[in-house]
Ligand binder design. Structure first.
Ligand SMILES: [Ca+2]
Length: 466
């Protein structure tokens, strides 16, 4: 997932996900689509399709044995069968040969890579695999140690499930700690991260950032544990596998991007003035020149965004979740984060009185910054309801926001004055020409980002993170 950080006063593309056929006037009001009458769904089928005739089988009906589950846990197919066969004699012979080539027949972490590769696990699973087989730092793994752990993997359906079990050491759910050795292996051995070798503190922050991003991106991110289903859906195995195929870790725009990490950490470092790795509420109000309303920041510190208890100081890990949510409000994770923040009574519904509370502060700030004439509440509430089009009139639910495709704009209209101002500028024809110079060319945007990183590098934290 890309992190959209606004680097300069230049507008960005943060609302590029807005619906293509929805057009809004200067106040965000929806205006008719230029494609008039375009249906939102497929037309009803009017072709008379002949129904297939049912044929009774002459053979007697056989009773189908009842299963313990309504459906098989794993679909049986050729690839699965092939994988299980590989767990058998062929692989066992290959692994024994690797161990017997060493005298005594035990492998250190580096030598164990041959075993990891033979088992089809990605290269960067080596350290955690070595550890699961009984290997200590600087120690060795014996064939017995390997076989003891390997036998617990025999029922895995495929290599993805095998890697899940290696990470958790046999647990059915993964925690953030389970990813520690895996990410350390990447940090210590990826050629693209050679420059981090003597920067212990940055290594720690980088590992922390990646793990926080992995768990933020998962389906149910308020649950601190990850299921096999989530592991598969988020394609974590594939992300790790891709790492060994690219030397430039910034070439990928996934959770391992060092560029993203640096921007996130520099933003935190700017606000954490005493560098104790905690940010107070007053400091977070300064984020991006105070773009967020005080009420929104207060709700963040109430823990509402993540469904946790109130906290007085925001940790670096908490800040990562915040910045991902605020810079990419249109993702499912961002929508859920801000929906909970604005649902002040926690009843799962945005009532109009809750929205009014947020808009009153936003409106006062718009006047303070001399932005375009702010609407009065009646016009504003109509515009919001028009944008979201909730199933129940006057009540906005999470499902309404996810469906409407304009959630990011709705959030900006309610509490993010910086992005709302950028939106208003972008839809104003007098700003178009200037806007096009900065945002239409993706390469230009990348350049701006790199310049920002370089600026941060020259004035930001040193290699000790202080
Ligand atoms: Ca509510």
């Amino acid at each position: 997932m890309d992190i959209e950080i606004t680097l300069t006063a230049a507008p960005t593309e943060e609302h590029s996900d807005a619906p293509q056929n929805d057009h809004h006037d200067r106040r965000g009001r929806r205006t008719p689509s230029p494609v008039r009458g375009e249906p939102s769904t497929l037309p009803p089928c009017i072709i008379d399709i002949p129904q297939p005739k049912l044929h009774r089988s002459p053979s007697p009906v056989r009773a189908i044995p009842r299963s313990k589950f309504p459906f098989p846990l794993h679909p049986v197919h050729d690839a699965q069968e092939a994988f299980r066969n590989r767990h058998g004699d062929v692989l066992a012979t290959q692994i024994r040969a690797i161990f017997s080539a060493s005298t005594p027949p035990a492998l250190n972490e580096s030598q164990f890579q041959d075993v990891t590769v033979a088992c089809q696990a990605p290269r960067y699973f080596n350290r955690v695999f070595f550890h699961r087989c009984g290997g200590k730092p600087g120690g060795v793994v014996t064939l017995d140690g390997f076989e003891r752990f390997w036998n617990t993997l025999r029922n895995c359906a495929d290599v993805e499930e095998m890697c899940f079990w290696i990470l958790g050491g046999g647990k059915s759910m993964l925690t953030e700690e389970d990813f520690g050795l895996l990410i350390q292996d990447v940090v210590h051995n990826h050629p693209g991260l050679e420059f981090l070798k003597r920067m212990d503190v940055f290594q720690l922050r980088y590992v922390e950032t990646i793990i926080a991003r992995i768990f933020y991106s998962k389906t149910r991110n308020t649950n601190p544990r990850m299921s096999l289903r989530e592991f598969r859906k988020d394609r974590i195995y594939h992300t790790i596998l891709n790492l060994q195929q690219t030397e430039d870790i910034n070439a990928s725009r996934d959770v391992f991007s060092y560029k993203h990490f640096y921007v996130i950490y520099c933003k935190f470092w700017e606000l954490d003035s005493d560098h104790d790795l905690f940010i107070m509420e007053d400091a977070l109000r300064q984020y991006e020149n105070g773009c967020l309303s005080h009420l929104a920041v207060s709700r963040i510190f109430s823990g509402a965004g993540r469904g946790i208890g109130k906290f007085d100081a925001m940790s670096y890990k908490e800040f990562i979740r915040f910045i991902l949510a605020v810079e990419d409000k249109d993702t499912p994770q961002g929508i859920e984060y801000w929906f909970r923040c604005l649902d002040t009574d926690g009843d799962g519904v945005w009532s109009l009185w809750e929205l009014k509370m947020f808009y009153e502060e936003q409106r006062a700030r718009m006047r303070e910054f001399r932005m375009a004439d702010p609407w009065d509440w009646d016009d504003f509430s109509c515009a919001i309801l028009d944008l979201v089009n909730p199933v129940t009139p006057g009540q906005i639910r999470l499902s309404d926001l996810k469906r409407c495709k304009s959630a990011g704009l709705v959030f900006d209209m309610l509490f993010d004055i910086r992005k709302y101002d950028l939106y208003l500028r972008r839809i104003d024809p007098s700003f178009r020409e200037w806007d096009d110079m900065y945002v239409e060319d993706r390469e230009t945007k990348e350049k701006v980002l790199l310049e920002y990183v370089m600026t941060c590098a020259s004035s930001g934290p040193d290699s000790n993170g202080a």
